[in-house]
Design a protein around this ligand. Sequence first.
Ligand code: CMX
Length: 434
Amino acid sequence: MATLKEKLKEKIEAHRPRTTRLLKEFGDVKVGEVTISQTINGMRGVKGLATDISYLDPMEGIRFRGRTIPEVMAVIPKPEGKDYPYVEAFWYYLLTGDVPTMDETLEIVAEFKERRNVPQYVFDVLRAMPRDTHPMTMFSAAVLAMQRESKFAKFYAEGFNKMTAWEPMYEDATDIIARLPMIAAYIYRMKYKGDVHIAPDPDLDMGGNFAHMMGLPEPYDDVARMYFIIHSDHESGNVSAHTTHLVASALSDAYYSLSAGLGGLAGPLHGLANQEVLKWIQGVMKKMDGKLPSEEKMKEFVWETLNSGQVIPGYGHAVLRKTDPRYMSQREFCLKHLPDDPIFAFVSRLYDVVPDILVKQGKAKNPWPNVDAQSGVIQWHYGLREYDFYTVLFGVGRAMGVLANITWDRALGYAIERPKSLTTDMLEKVAGIK
Ligand code: CMX
């Protein structure tokens, strides 16, 4: 049985000629044009990145390696008696595009266990930070602090080889993913659980062990598996993926790159929206003495938020133009496991009223909910109520997508990223007004 690294090597060698041919023979073929609005407004829709790990169709939503979320959940091996797949098997799938057998899966599970120990100095760095530091700052700092472990940085220092650079990148990526659950759980328990920690259980897989170290009972293990998988990747253009890719393009290692990407994820328009949703809902619930507002009352709250100049967190998207399938898969989980949860009832009522209001307001191009509108409900229900921690969970999942991407970036020899800027004068000339 080939190991994941051997399998990846085969895939890379088979893929390389495609990229080389495109560059050599068709490098001048145009894939699109850029408007002034795209230049000023966040390059929306500019086709300037290439990845095979996932593709985001505006109407259908995400496909990981060609499969939708339900298809992924159906084919990737699961721990016995569990509803959601092994996260380790999903990592194999993201990297190679192949569904691993159970034997291949168990090999990766064992490999993650060997790699998952976090050096003590990383915890010391976390302990030196004020306890009221945001958990995302701690999370990103921990990843950066661990940079001295980088095999890629060592490889570069000892003599770089473009053809084999993916190997130390793969090693770093796997080390990091195996370690993130322990770092996340450490931050959580240090900040919110009296600094009392729970040692990893050698018998458990990544999802199970994360639930165990967090101190959250079953079925939180399945919640963690689902959560990490659905948050893993969303093409290359979102802020966390693009930042990670950009930093890695300078041949910075995976620790530098991911730490930077997590900084992007911590923005309220991106991953932090999951904490903002819960914060906003709690605020409205407090005003209503915990009661579910009528549709009319709920509409008033939504308009109040919009009229005060804020966005409705968890709604809208830069690419999607329909309800996010990541929202739907979590909604289905809620309907099955927590149909009577009061916050779920609240989120459902929001779903009934927000899209119409955003359409009436006429600004948002996509009035439908995104992944962040639903995710806090599940966390809250299963006892994870410190909502400023939610983006860390997103970060553990997102690490898989962005690290798979930068491993492939090195395999295919993607260049250092360097788009061109223009001055306003130049744009005015292009517009014909100067
Ligand atoms: N509530 C109110 N207004 C919204 C809105 C929302 N949920 N979504 C978009 N708009 C507004 C924008 O602020 C923008 O207003 P201005 O013209 O005044 O600047 C206008 O509608 C057009 O924006 P857009 O083209 O539809 O959306 P963008 O691609 O610029 O931004 C996003 C996308 C996600 C940042 C935006 O929809 C938003 O702010 N949503 C709320 C925050 C959120 O849920 N983020 C999480 C996204 C998923 C993730 O990355 O985790």
